[in-house]
Design a protein around this ligand. Sequence first.
Ligand SMILES: Nc1nc2c(ncn2[C@@H]2O[C@H](COP(=O)(O)OP(=O)(O)OP(=O)(O)O)[C@@H](O)[C@H]2O)c(=O)[nH]1
Ligand SMILES: [Mg+2]
Length: 448
Amino acid sequence: MFDDTIAAIATPLAQSAISIIRLSGPDSIAIADSVFSRDLTKAASHTINYGYIIDGKDTVDEVLVSVFKAPKSYTAEDCVEINAHGGPLVTREILKLVLAHGARLARPGEFTQRAFLNGRIDLSQAEAVEDMIEASTDPSRKQAIYSIRGQIKTLLEPLIDDLMDLIANIEVNIDYPEYEDAEQLTAETLLPRSAGLLARMDELLKRSKQGVMVQDGIQTVIVGKPNVGKSSLLNALLDEEKAIVTEIAGTTRDLVEGRVRIGAFTLNLVDTAGIRDSADRIEQIGIDKSKQSLEQADLVLLVLDGSRPLEKEDDDLLEQTAKRKRIVLINKSDLPAAFDPKESGLENAVVISAKQNDMEKLENTLEAYFDGDSMVWKPRLSNERQIGLLEQARSDLLRAKQAMEMGIEPDLIEIDLEASHNHLKEILGEVHREDLLDTLFTNFCLGK
Ligand SMILES: Nc1nc2c(ncn2[C@@H]2O[C@H](COP(=O)(O)OP(=O)(O)OP(=O)(O)O)[C@@H](O)[C@H]2O)c(=O)[nH]1
Ligand SMILES: [Mg+2]
């Protein structure tokens, strides 16, 4: 528990119906009491108290003050929330007043950090709080409430327990080799159990990576040589004339972005400058940007012009993106076709007409591409930090398994298993590094 009391404004500083000034720490109630018209020290926990905020002889605002006593509060400490009239001026005035009476201004995320450090929530739940605030798609909102409820712990606990079981088994055999009841330590018993755990980790990793990619929107880049209809495609998908379209090759120079929902997915689209060798300095800068976005994208929409024969630029891009998550689009289907997709090895290409807004085939392909399966929300990890740790736990376990296969001493195997176990616990923050923790919480909203 902490011995200082923190305070912050928990709502946006804009004219609104209500604003909330929040306090947490041992002196929360005493500080609030010293600026409130009524006696708060006798208020029961979980009550709302009506009165006025007073500054000496001045009445500052008419408010409702909620009191939550430790440990049943957001931070597990004594907490007070002052509901004021939502004017920026009066809200700041009340904050100033509680700071003058002994509270310290909270850092971003400090309330949630306290909830974690006081043991009320685990680290995955703490992260989920900010995820919920930032959620902008249905899958991300669903994942946030799943994590807030502590389900990531439920998801990981069987893995953590089974690993511990394996470790305990090895230890008994090391410490009491003569103890007959202990399961005999042979490659035959250890290996299948490790392989089973490994398969479970793999499955969870796959599901989590897919989920994280889908939840924040799929980074999708539209590329192709000039004039094939990339910007027309962007506009058609967005249903808005966002990017400039002309018959002049090299129209788009800067990246043009837009967001579109297709079925259960959100695509974060980037339209780019057509890729070709260009002597124009400005166009060349645009082309460099195109290449950069191509590198960073989760999904590539490669556009070809079906009304003109394929050229070297098309072939180059087809080759460059062959190993990527990619959909090839043959545009301008309203014009006579200049080549046969099948004969060009493009049997999977989707034929569209951006000009005629004919997007249905592309939308169907996209849904099929991320398979119907991933559209259904499934239990998984929430973010890159968690996935990174699971990946480490997986490679520790893989090393242990390989050591078993080579018949290496059990006590050496145990070191890798312990490392794996620790990495899993780190996801929940059961072991953590202070510096990483601080970085994590600084990204939070003030007052959260
Ligand atoms: N007939 C037909 N014309 C199209 C279609 N899509 C785009 N166009 C035309 O092709 C020309 C180029 O379209 P843009 O969308 O600007 O092409 P772009 O790939 O963005 O071109 P750059 O930005 O120069 O690389 C314009 O004249 C469009 O009207 C289509 O489906 N059918
Ligand atoms: Mg364009």
